[in-house]
Write a protein that binds this ligand. Structure first.
Ligand SMILES: Nc1ncnc2c1ncn2[C@@H]1O[C@H](COP(=O)(O)OP(=O)(O)OP(=O)(O)O)[C@@H](O)[C@H]1O
Length: 609
């Protein structure tokens, strides 16, 4: 893309923003310029025919009028010149055909070009989102980003599909029609074009008032959506606490405000069209009266007066749509702004100085005087530890202590602000991020499975894996027998919310996926209370198998896990306050000992001090 990305998006306003959006849009339209140019050319052709039609139709009236006048006056040899009338009718048929064909060509080519460009924009956005750094989502809601790919592209697509043609047609209509009117009669044209400033004044008057009402309508709509989401999200709780009436009352209240806001906004904007029609009728009346005088004094043909009246209606059409078009254009630019700003977001840099071979990595992890904070505030002041290859490290600490943050840094979702993290002595900042992440598998409590078969969900861990490897990974993860009990076995379809299998089973499947990847280092977040004892044992067993021979980090909740660990890191307020084996830490009688004796779960306590 050749758009200048150096300027700050917040600095762009007004025309600069419009220019930026159009330039960016052109980059997506350029590959289809042939179809685009042809489509737009046909809009011009259709509008020329549209402007010529009234004059040709008027010629027929003029001819009939003069023939009729001659017959009535008893002029010798007077008759209706059917040859001329049929000639004009033939010309009109040709004009109608040209107009229809050009409109068809426009519809086919413009639709194809725009839909191809929209498809490219969606692909580009999807690619972009995958390259965004994790920190981008700290201050951008997922829903908002999702809305950019779906709603904003849709808004842009609809606006371009309808508005591009209509705006261009309106501009051309003004140019051609006004040109024709001045060509026919200057004074009458001056009266007729009064319709433009008068209509603009009326539109402006109503648009400025209705815009505020539309804003209120959109805000209330947002509130209504929020209420509905809340009601469905808490569906079970509402029933459990018997609060259906309360929820319904709340919904009725917002819905009623929505009704009032929508009525006011729609009413205000619906006044525009009748007011413009009134102006049009007044202008037509003035043109008709003045035009008759010109016809009587012979300076205007009757057919041309008829053409004038048609022209006024032709101008009226785009004028009465001006507010609708302008709001569509505005929302298209708003959508483009969001889309292209997202495309300009800084990407995560992938390049690394050191090439790593996953099969050669031993898996020694060192945190060397690591300093880190998500924002200006420092969370980790000086973190130091070393995980030996193939050993198990348990991380314990109260909620919000920084356990997940340690792992976020190891995976380079965020970069350290001081010190270094090393794998086999190599600073991870010198590694290519993709290659680095290739070394890890992640088993989290918030399991992620996608809509698809169980087989595909496990196979996702290593796409080159054979079927027998997938099955043996499932066996190692203790999930094979469970899969066999399902209808269709490995072909059983997991639904969109993965709600047709249990939480523990989901976690076993993610362990199978992690085993299939065969990583050097594994990060596990132990399941807490959401599973029963039998499943808990299966999970523990599966976790031990996946950890075997690999460097593993476990955010530990269970005493048994911690006891077995080769190294325990006690995290508090971001820093590692104690480290050692279970026995060493108990002997210290410090924070770990307090945590250990305070309950069964070693993570998610309240802060220690
Ligand atoms: N993306 C983020 N942006 C800003 N602050 C964050 C972010 N993620 C975590 N934090 C903050 O950093 C601190 C450590 O969070 P972290 O998630 O690492 O704790 P944790 O020990 O894993 O907690 P838990 O056991 O509850 O999951 C917390 O104060 C948290 O609010």
């Amino acid at each position: 893309m050749s758009v200048d990305r150096t300027e700050n998006k917040n600095d762009r306003k007004g025309l600069a923003q419009v220019g930026y959006c159009l330039k960016y849009l052109m980059n997506f339209l350029r590959p289809y310029k042939g179809g685009l140019v042809l489509g737009l050319l046909m809009v011009v052709v259709a509008n020329i025919t549209f402007a010529v039609m009234p004059v040709v139709e008027g010629e027929m009236t003029t001819q009939l009028f003069s023939d009729g006048e001659a017959i009535l006056k008893g002029v010798e040899g007077a008759h209706v010149h059917f040859d001329v009338i049929f000639g004009i009718m033939g010309t009109l048929v040709i004009i109608y055909i040209i107009k229809t064909v050009s409109q068809l060509i426009t519809a086919v080519f413009l639709t194809r070009v725009l839909q191809q460009a929209m498809c490219d924009i969606r692909n580009a956005l999807q690619k972009k989102i995958q390259r965004l750094p994790v920190r981008y989502f700290d201050d951008h809601a997922f829903g908002d980003v999702l809305s950019c790919v779906t709603n904003d592209v849709d808004t842009l697509s609809n606006a371009l599909q309808e508005t591009l043609q209509r705006v261009l047609a309106a501009i051309l209509t003004f140019i051609f029609v006004i040109g024709m009117m001045f060509y026919i009669h200057t004074i009458l044209a001056c009266i007729a074009i009064l319709i433009i400033p008068l209509s603009l004044i009326v539109t402006r008057f109503f648009v400025t008032r209705s815009q505020k009402l539309f804003d209120t309508q959109q805000e209330t709509l947002g509130e209504l959506n929020g209420t509905i989401t809340e009601m469905y999200g808490g569906f079970n709780e509402i029933i459990l606490y018997n609060r259906q009436k309360m929820a319904l009352d709340k919904f009725h209240d917002v819905n009623d405000r929505m009704r009032k806001a929508s009525f006011r906004a729609q009413f205000a904007s619906s006044l525009i069209s009748p007011c413009i029609s009134l102006i049009t009728y007044l202008i037509i009346g003035s043109v008709a009266v003045t035009g008759c005088l010109f016809v009587m004094n012979g300076t205007l043909l009757l057919g041309n007066l008829q053409a004038f009246v048609r022209y006024i209606w032709q101008i009226n059409d785009p004028l009465s749509q001006i507010s609708q078009l302008s709001s569509q254009v505005q929302s298209a630019f708003a959508a483009m702004g969001r889309i292209f700003n997202l495309m300009d977001e800084e990407e995560e840099v992938q390049n690394g100085k050191v090439e790593i071979r996953p099969d050669k990595v031993r898996g020694e992890v060192t945190f060397d005087h690591v300093v880190f904070g998500y924002d200006d505030e420092t969370l980790m002041r000086d973190v130091n530890f070393q995980a030996k290859p193939g050993k198990m490290v348990a991380i314990v600490g109260p909620t919000g202590a920084g356990k997940t943050t340690l792992m976020n840094l190891l995976l380079r979702f965020y970069d350290v602000k001081g010190g270094a993290i090393k794998i086999d002595g190599i600073d991870i900042r010198d590694m290519n991020r993709e290659e680095l992440r290739q070394l890890f598998s992640l088993v989290l409590q918030d399991t992620w499975l996608f809509k698809g078969s169980i087989y595909d969900n496990i196979h996702y861990g290593r796409l080159t894996a054979r079927k027998d490897e997938v099955i043996s990974a499932a066996k190692m993860a203790n999930v094979h027998h469970f899969i066999k009990t399902l209808t269709g076995g490995y072909n059983f379809e997991i639904n969109e919310e993965s709600s047709n299998i249990s939480q523990g089973e989901k976690q076993l499947l993610t362990i199978a996926r992690a085993i299939l990847k065969d990583p050097r280092i594994i990060i596990l977040d132990e399941a807490t209370s959401s599973v029963d004892t039998r499943l808990e044992k299966m999970l523990q067993d599966a976790m031990h198998k996946v950890m075997d021979g690999r460097t593993s980090f476990v955010i530990a909740h269970r005493l048994s896990t911690v006891r077995n660990a080769d190294l325990i890191l006690v995290v508090d307020h971001g820093d590692i306050v104690e480290q050692g084996t279970h026995e060493e830490l108990l002997a210290k009688k410090g924070v770990y000992e307090k945590l250990y004796h305070s309950g069964t779960s070693l993570a998610n306590h309240q802060p220690v001090c």
